[in-house]
Design a protein around this ligand. Structure first.
Ligand code: FMN
Length: 228
């Protein structure tokens, strides 16, 4: 009896420590000011197009905040004084928000302020997809359509247009990745219900696609292994 009470007390204590730890961690997540994007670098467009490809193997190396800033600007940053973006959007609704999922937690890219705004703490990378390699990428972008920004059209129309708008952003990420020698894969395969709950999305915020980005994993054979 005493033994089982001690075990219960221990479990409760452990649960308290874990919950307190999680809350403290959430409070620790702060807005990240990204450095100004470098927009005069990169390979010529035709070379980038010839190198664009899907890669599903990632090295653990993290992206620098400069690379992250460049990548997000390429994806859906502001490229004109009137606030228009690097990717087109139907009726210029600009309804796609990019959720940036990293080891520390999930942030939302604020293109105007060039910041990452904390959404939820904790490592949710594995939850952004259902394939084994997803957890290996240091960065997972989750594209979320905010239907509240899309006027009064029918839900089917909003789904179609936001899917199309996401495609342009995803391709921008593919092109930036090809230019920088990064590995990337755009993904539809995920548990949207579970991920929406974890990211605390409103019902009118709909996940469209996700995309892993990282450095390519070194090949085991050939030049790399010969150096070992
Ligand atoms: C809308 C869309 C959804 C995709 N979903 C997945 C996915 O869930 N998992 C995956 O491993 N690849 C996914 N891909 C990547 C494709 O499999 C890949 O683009 C295709 O095999 C062609 O290869 P390439 O991009 O190197 O030309 C998706 C691509 C698109 C455009």
């Amino acid at each position: 009896m005493i033994k089982s009470m001690t075990v219960t007390a221990l479990c409760l204590g452990l649960a308290t420590i874990l919950i307190t730890g999680t809350l403290a961690q959430a409070a620790d997540l702060q807005t990240i000011q990204l450095p100004k994007p470098e927009i005069t670098k990169g390979k010529p467009l035709m070379q980038v197009l010839s190198e664009r490809k899907t890669t599903r193997e990632f090295a653990p190396k993290e992206l620098s905040t400069q690379t992250l800033s460049n990548l997000l600007w390429a994806a859906f940053g502001i490229n004109r004084p009137d606030g228009r973006r690097t990717a087109p959007s139907a009726l210029n609704h600009q309804e796609i928000d990019i959720f940036v999922t990293m080891k520390a937690g999930v942030y939302r890219y604020d293109a105007k302020a060039n910041t990452l705004v904390p959404v939820v703490s904790g490592d949710m990378r594995a939850m952004t997809g259902l394939q084994g390699y997803v957890k290996d990428a240091p960065l997972d972008l989750v594209y979320v359509a905010d239907f509240a920004k899309m006027g009064d059209s029918q839900e089917a129309e909003k789904r179609f247009l936001s899917a199309a708008d996401t495609g342009f952003i995803g391709e921008n990420v593919y092109l930036y990745s090809a230019s920088e020698g990064l590995a990337t894969v755009v993904r539809a395969n995920m548990d949207r219900t579970k991920l929406s709950e974890a990211m605390k999305l409103r019902p009118d915020q709909k996940i469209t696609l996700a995309q892993c980005i990282g450095y390519p994993k070194a090949k085991e054979s050939g030049e790399n292994s010969a150096k070992k």
